[in-house]
Design a binder for this molecule. Structure first.
Ligand SMILES: Nc1ncnc2c1ncn2[C@@H]1O[C@H](COP(=O)(O)OP(=O)(O)O)[C@@H](O)[C@H]1O
Ligand SMILES: [Mg+2]
Length: 286
């Protein structure tokens, strides 16, 4: 009997996510056990057994706490180690840079100082540039700024709200790729196209834009980014410049993996489950 998959979920998790995971489980004879964050009782301990599988598609603070409560070193997860479970990716750009992974030039502003902003803009190669406020998703908090008047008025607003914005070189003429990594393999890659009237982009609705990629600099970068955030699953955003240069934007965990499955027909959930099952077998052998 294969071990069960415990899935930490809540009302914000798209139904497709849990449906695909449940289907992948059914296909492999794995019991799918949803753990609803809204109903979780921290006084009533659920103890997972050695080799059980655990995944958290929910992203709330509470969901992270539930996952931490369920975790044990003998449980198979997408975390590279037990400590990685308590590591959040907020410092990821710094980690990426330290590992020599190419990111757009980035300066994190810690106070509202015009002279410093002038130096930062010069360092980044001038305007336009991107202002990124960490913590958003779906492009919210990623803003393109074309003039000094826009930049200083926006920064005043962000600092008044207690934010620490990042300034980033604007990468023009680039294709935005999303690469889905499972373990140390890129299982899907797809183009994101800019939304009308916007510089930000979203996933394509054309199945032809989706592929199971062969190893390339793009997939190598995605795998390295996933390793840097100490995960074995991530949705990695990369800008591929017309010159061939690659710029790593972020590695998301958890990520909305169903996109590549529903539109691109690539069995990501199956690959995820296989990864966890293989890890479970390794854990039980020790
Ligand atoms: N430095 C940049 N230059 C050009 N476009 C960028 C840059 N950074 C982000 N973008 C665009 O903004 C969008 C959101 O960026 P991303 O870093 O993936 O943030 P999010 O966390 O919101 O997904 C993407 O479509 C990406 O192409
Ligand atoms: Mg993104």
């Amino acid at each position: 009997m294969p071990p069960p998959l415990y899935c930490v979920t809540d009302a914000t998790v798209p139904a497709t996510t849990t449906e695909l995971l449940a289907e992948a489980c059914a296909a492999q004879g794995v019991a799918y056990v949803p753990v609803d964050v809204g109903r979780f009782d921290p006084c009533e301990e659920i103890e997972l057994r050695a080799g059980d599988l655990l995944f958290r598609p929910a992203v709330s603070y509470a969901a992270v706490r539930v996952e931490q409560a369920l975790f044990a070193d003998s449980v198979a997860t997408f975390y590279a180690s037990g400590e990685a479970l308590c590591f959040d990716g907020a410092a990821a750009p710094l980690l990426f840079a330290r590992r020599g992974l190419p990111i757009p030039r980035t300066v994190t502003l810690l106070r509202n100082d015009r002279a410093q902003q002038r130096r930062a803009v010069e360092l980044l190669g001038g305007l336009p540039l991107v202002v990124k406020v960490p913590g958003g998703e779906g492009g919210v908090g990623v803003m393109r700024v074309e003039s000094w008047a826009s930049l200083v008025s926006l920064l005043d607003h962000l600092f008044a709200g207690g934010r620490t914005p990042q300034l980033m070189t604007y990468v023009a003429d680039a294709v935005h790729w999303r690469v889905v990594v499972v373990g140390s393999r890129a299982v899907a890659a797809y183009r994101n196209h800019p939304y009308p009237d916007d510089f930000r982009s979203g996933p394509s609705h054309d199945p032809a834009d989706y592929e199971v990629p062969s190893p390339s600099p793009l997939t190598e970068l995605a795998v390295a980014a996933t390793r840097a955030i100490r995960r074995e699953l991530a949705g990695v955003d990369i800008l591929a410049h017309a010159s061939g240069r690659l710029y790593l934007l972020e590695a998301n965990f958890p990520c909305y993996f169903p996109q590549a499955q529903v539109v691109g027909g690539i069995d990501v959930a199956g690959a995820m489950l296989e990864h966890l099952l293989a890890k479970s077998r390794r854990l039980l052998e020790i």
